[in-house]
Ligand binder design. Structure first.
Ligand code: FMN
Length: 382
């Protein structure tokens, strides 16, 4: 056992902390949330600036998943971090978050087989570890939700290019003013699809035994750490989630190998989705304490946490940080609300989650705005 649990005060969730080189005003993290509102050229626009700046009191913001290259795209209107215009768009966002004292990392993804021919040059097939189609949907520009396309298996030369694309995007992320990057190795996207025997049937050095299936993630992590510093790189995993048609015959052994292999690299953090993403936390038995024990640096947990669970997770040492997803869609001032044990805003319709404009994105009120409008209502009704 490498890591020993460290118990803390009940208030620790609200106190400053570090994850590698990332400094956080508190241990509350905004989870990555795809919102499909990038503008032309997949550039984050002014609304994204407002949205992230509104949430800058989070200890750490992890952005929506962001492409490392054009062919990494799998959904409509998701931003990139590889062109000058995208970098300039993100720079405006990171400046706004930093001006408010916040920290922000970009979640980098290659969607792999969770993609569609309409996102690929010349309508080509998307790529994955193997030519196995995921039983999953994606959202395309003209057609709404459709089945993902049949992928083709990457060649060894293409794998080397993808490692380089991750490295390049991480350097562009620093150009864009991000404090670091989170590698998306969850939810069935490319890095996760390589890890699992349900989607990886390769017979070369990147398939077969667990050590081979982990190779791509390790090589990507080493490349990004070499480019921007290990203490600015985190990794997100979702060991038992079936999101993106993810399956593995032995997730405990697989993810203990993943975390044990990442540990010596000195990365800032591991971000672990516990249970079925957005669903049951205990869908499949999994020993998260054993996984956490394989890692020395910061441990972020996510999925279905409420205030009491988050306070307890940090105080008991189960986690160093707790990430909130849906609560952060609806509550720009989530930290203040949790601190004051105030009521949370309910989520608006799911149709506002993925795509659209300001409604359901930047128009959720803060406590301050709510009490000002309550006072106005009281004054006008007397
Ligand atoms: C609208 C929406 C978009 C999401 N986008 C991403 C994403 O881009 N990357 C990711 O790793 N997870 C994504 N997730 C999963 C969340 O980060 C989180 O794991 C999930 O909502 C469970 O946490 P919660 O119970 O606090 O909401 C998304 C979830 C939602 C609801």
């Amino acid at each position: 056992m490498i890591h020993e649990l460290q118990s803390r005060s009940a208030n620790a969730l609200f106190e400053p902390a570090h994850a590698g080189a990332l400094s956080a005003l508190n241990r509350i993290v905004m989870a990555p949330l795809t919102r499909n509102r990038a503008g032309p050229g997949l550039v984050p626009g002014p609304l994204a600036l407002t949205y992230y700046a509104q949430r800058a009191t989070a200890g750490l913001i992890i952005t929506e998943a962001t492409q490392i290259s054009a062919s990494a795209q799998g959904y409509a209107f998701t931003p990139g971090c590889y062109t000058d215009n995208q970098v300039a768009g993100w720079k405006r966002v990171t400046d706004a978050v930093h001006a408010k004292g916040g920290s922000i990392v970009v979640q980098l993804w290659h969607t792999g087989r969770i993609s569609h021919t309409s996102f690929q040059a010349y309508g080509a097939a998307p790529v994955g570890p193997s030519a196995i189609r995921a039983n999953s949907k994606t959202f395309i520009a003209d057609g709404g939700f459709v089945d993902v396309s049949m992928p083709r298996a990457l060649t060894l030369e293409e794998i080397r290019c993808i490692i380089e694309d991750f490295r390049f995007a991480s350097t562009r992320a620093i150009d864009a003013g991000f404090d670091g990057v989170e590698l998306h190795a969850a939810h069935g996207y490319l890095l996760d699809a390589f890890l699992r025997d349900g989607s990886n049937h390769r017979t070369d050095d990147y398939g077969g035994p667990i050590a081979n299936r982990c190779r791509l993630l390790f090589e990507v992590a080493i490349a990004c750490a070499g480019a921007i510093g290990a203490a600015r790189v985190g990794v997100r995993i979702s060991p038992v989630s079936t999101a993106g048609d993810s399956h593995d015959s032995c997730p405990q052994a697989l993810f203990e190998h993943v975390v044990t292999g990442i540990n010596p690299l000195g990365l800032a953090y591991i971000h672990c989705v516990e249970g079925e993403t957005g669903g049951a936390r205990d869908s499949i038995a999994f020993d998260y304490a054993a996984l956490r024990a394989c890692f020395d640096n910061a441990w972020i947990v996510n999925n279905g946490y409420d205030r009491a669970m988050a306070i307890d997770a940090v105080a008991s040492g189960h986690a160093d940080f707790v990430a909130f997803g849906r609560a952060y869609i609806a509550n720009p001032d989530l930290v203040a609300r949790l601190e004051q044990n105030a009521k949370l805003n309910p989520l608006l319709a799911q149709s506002t989650f993925y795509g659209g404009g300001a409604h359901g994105y930047t128009d959720y009120p803060t406590l301050e705005q709510q009490s000002a409008s309550d006072m106005l209502l009281a004054a006008t009704s007397t």
